[in-house]
Design a protein. Structure first.
Length: 561
């Protein structure tokens, strides 16, 4: 397996709006990020994934871009962005930016000219005539309603898989692709170190645009089979790689909802020259009912084991994976996979042990390193996420009880991940000296970075320690090692071996809030040669005894010599 810097990196995602506000307007900004670079350096991360900071009217918190060559006023200026690059690079921290090119904002100059059929922008977007006064097909949009919006001036419908203010670009048009590639080169030449590509597997659509299958009682059909991993997506990405990506030593990761391991390999197979890695969503589904993200379910550990095994077995010879348990679109991992009350510290530490010891590049989401939790605002008026607000309105119109809907929002809303980072116990958690754009989680007095800085038992200190551990030269098995499942039939513990060049590391994790005991048989692990290298509990171990007893959410990592 080839070694690359991006395989060895630890990535930290920053959602700028909620990270750190430097000027008191209640919105995080680029100067706020610069002010926290030393904190991130001490944490031990190598790469910042910067969620969109481009110019945007903010219909979808920056994922609706109106100018790829400018910075959103609320975040600062291009000079601030250039300073961030310099300051980060001086600390040996790389920066990758979000590449959002499935769609733009409807306020982008390209779209405004496309409406007027001004060349060369006439076919930059997907325009279709209606059918007998109705939209071109029955597809439903991700945020509710139809994917089609009628424009009176042009007398046609345009496609928007997401918000009505996010028209999809027409990747069938070579001029669109060329324009996108020029923009990518412009940013790479400015010094960024790669891209996280938003819903990149949506860019190619079935050009026949057939109706989607309707579920009983649903108004709209499912168009996903006709745009997820569409007919030309790999052709487009190979072209992008040849023209842009291959010319730079960079990191690329594609967000690919709905991708299977076999399909995912097509994106990351080194011989195919597309992307370095992808984000898949399979692990997220282990705590969601697959058909409805809003419906809470118990963690299915067997399902999680099966997912890890399948992705590893598919990728082990030709591809590379990414590992994450939360991001700006997903609620807090300690609230979903752990226990955010009685065992918050223990489960937060166990989960990052999992994240840092599986095969693939690990991603940390801001605030995760201090064990931030989901939030429960009393009123829907305190929520800001367009998906959440649309869901609430839709369910109210169905006649459902408000309390029942709010329980679903507490579980699944994207705003769970978007409350401001809790820096200290001062007003607004030290995020801003103005009124934050979204309320701070009320638990900030108890959970904040300042209180954890010098606490040897804190979640933050454990993150620092395990990142250091992953980077030690004699622990390369944690990065490049083979993955061998252990105790696959156990319903409570997730355990595995990592092996590389004679190194062997054994990981055992209790995923639940009660004790576990087991006798490991001879031949699985030689207990005469076990060395505990990290745990989230103080552990006294008899190395000659094969009987294991783990406490709630306990994590142990051993070197096997």
């Amino acid at each position: 397996m080839k070694e690359h810097w991006w395989k060895e990196a630890v990535v930290y995602q920053i959602y700028p709006r909620s990270f750190n506000d430097s000027n008191g307007d209640g919105i995080g900004d680029l100067q706020g990020i610069i002010n926290k670079l030393d904190y991130l350096k001490k944490l031990g991360i190598d790469v910042i994934w910067l969620s969109p900071v481009y110019q945007s009217p903010n219909d979808d918190n920056g994922y609706d871009i109106s100018d790829y060559y400018d910075i959103m006023d609320e975040f600062g200026s291009m000079e601030d962005m250039e300073k961030l690059l310099v300051e980060a690079h001086q600390r040996d921290i790389k920066i990758i930016m979000d590449l959002v090119v499935n769609h733009t904002s409807d306020e982008h100059e390209w779209f405004e000219k496309s409406i007027k059929k001004i060349e060369p922008y006439q076919d930059y977007y997907i325009w279709k005539d209606g059918k007998k006064g109705a939209p071109p097909n029955n597809w439903g949009a991700m945020f509710g309603g139809s994917v089609w919006e009628y424009n009176e001036e042009r007398n046609q419908y345009y496609l928007h898989l997401f918000s009505v203010k996010q028209p999809d670009l027409n990747w069938e048009n070579p001029a669109v692709r060329e324009t996108v590639y020029e923009m990518m080169k412009w940013w790479l030449n400015k010094g960024i170190d790669g891209f996280r590509m938003d819903v990149i597997n949506y860019i190619s659509k079935d050009q026949s645009y057939p109706d989607g299958k309707k579920e009983k009682g649903e108004k709209y059909g499912n168009g996903a089979p006709y745009f997820i991993n569409g007919p030309r997506v790999h052709e487009f990405l190979q072209e992008m790689n040849e023209i842009v990506l291959s010319k730079y030593d960079i990191m690329t990761v594609g967000e690919t909802p709905g991708v299977t391991p076999a399909e995912g390999l097509k994106y990351v197979d080194e011989a195919r020259n597309e992307l370095n890695m992808v984000f898949h969503f399979d692990i997220m589904d282990t705590v969601d009912v697959v058909s409805d993200k809003w419906e809470k379910d118990r963690l299915d550990l067997f399902k999680m084991k099966d997912i890890i095994n399948k992705w590893y077995e598919t990728f082990k010879k030709q591809g590379w994976n990414s590992i994450y348990l939360n991001n700006h679109d997903r609620p807090r991992m300690v609230s979903r996979f752990g226990d955010d009350e009685k065992y918050r510290r223990e489960s937060a530490k166990m989960l990052i042990t999992f994240n840092m010891t599986l095969p693939g590049t690990p991603y940390i989401y801001q605030g995760e390193e201090i064990g931030m939790c989901n939030v429960q605002f009393e009123s829907i008026d305190d929520y800001r996420d367009i998906e959440t607000l649309n869901r609430y309105q839709k369910e109210i119109e169905k006649g459902r009880e408000q309390k029942e809907i709010m329980e679903e929002i507490y579980w699944a809303s994207r705003d769970n991940a978007r409350t401001p980072v809790q820096w200290d116990d001062s007003e607004n958690a030290g995020f801003s000296n103005g009124e934050p754009w979204i309320k701070v989680n009320p638990n900030y007095k108890k959970i904040n970075a300042a209180s954890q800085q010098e606490d040897p038992a804190s979640v933050l200190k454990y993150y620092q320690d395990i990142i250091k551990l992953r980077k030690k030269k004699d622990n390369k098995a944690l990065i490049y090692g083979n993955y061998q499942p252990v105790l696959e039939d156990d319903k409570q513990v997730f355990s595995y071996l990592r092996k590389y060049n004679g190194e062997k590391i054994f990981v055992i994790l209790n995923f639940f809030g009660y004790n576990w005991e087991h006798n490991l048989e001879e031949g699985i692990i030689d207990y005469n040669h076990l060395e505990l290298i990290i745990s989230n509990y103080e552990v006294q171990i008899n190395k000659k005894d094969t009987n294991f007893s783990l406490r709630p959410y306990e994590a142990r990592v051993y070197r096997v010599k």
